[in-house]
Design a binder for this molecule. Structure first.
Ligand code: GSH
Length: 247
């Protein structure tokens, strides 16, 4: 059985979980809520990061490599009813360089975003630190570039299908929305991005592997807290106590 190492909040790992679900591939969940010790993680990967995937004799790390592997090694499963199917590959023949460029740029967006997040939980707000501030500004340039690369409000980066790139972009946007980082991807001149996120949210895989509201101290001790955390974003959603009372 394949095994995925991930933390609950990682947007990179969530994209991998979603592709596993989209492809109908079972996996053992080695999930931790926060980053495990260096010693523990170093037994799996020298990067000390998640996601990492063990599949048969292969141990892979870095979401870009894992997504490439899953998209290339396993056949596409049937699409959810009334929804676009997953793309047949990781990059399109004839468009390799563009598709790889989108993926690499998404990695930069992910690192920029998680840097702001990690620094905040270390007590450094992006408003008060020049590197973190640059990450926050970089994100706005990146979102504008992604908006220009998306095909339209009915398609993501590739016509007629859902690409691994669409999935990773949606995971990073939802990571931003479920953390009080004072970052935003939403803007009136980014309708294609808004439409992509709304469409991805409808897919069973995104709901099964939901992004959870998180800040230090939130531990999801109960199933009700997990359900609440799936619904809350920085833009909307009740406090836990209000939500429990209203149920
Ligand atoms: N380029 C890596 C980035 C992965 C990454 O940054 N993972 C974070 C969680 S979101 C992590 O494991 N952080 C712990 C650490 O850096 O030690 C990928 O795409 O997999």
């Amino acid at each position: 059985m394949r095994k995925l190492f991930f933390t609950t909040g990682s947007p990179f790992a969530r994209a991998v979980r979603i592709v596993l679900v989209e492809k109908g591939l079972d996996f053992e969940r080695e999930e931790t809520f926060t980053t495990p010790s260096v010693e523990e993680r170093a037994r799996i990967t020298p990067t000390l990061q998640v996601p990492a995937l063990i599949d048969g004799k292969l141990t892979l790390w870095d979401s870009a490599v894992i997504l490439d592997y899953l998209m290339s090694a396993y056949p596409v499963a049937a699409a959810p009813e009334g929804m676009q199917p997953l793309a047949a590959g990781y990059v399109r023949s004839g468009e390799e360089w563009h598709d790889k460029l989108v993926l690499a740029t998404l990695q930069t967006l992910g690192v920029s975003t998680t840097t702001v997040s990690q620094l905040q939980w270390s007590g450094i707000r992006h408003e008060e630190n020049s590197h973190a501030a640059r990450c926050a500004i970089r994100n706005q340039h990146l979102f504008d570039w992604f908006e220009a690369q998306l095909i339209g409000t009915a398609d993501g980066f590739v016509p007629g299908v859902v690409s691994a790139q669409d999935i990773l972009l949606a995971c990073i946007c939802q990571f931003i929305e479920t953390r009080p980082l004072r970052l935003s991807w939403r803007a009136p001149d980014r309708p294609k991005l808004a439409s992509l996120i709304a469409r991805m949210e409808q897919r069973p895989s995104f709901q099964e592997e939901a992004a959870l509201w998180w800040e230090p101290g939130v531990t999801y001790a109960t199933a009700a807290e997990v359900e609440w955390a799936k619904r809350k974003t920085i833009y909307s959603g009740p406090a836990f106590s209000e939500w429990v009372t209203a149920r």
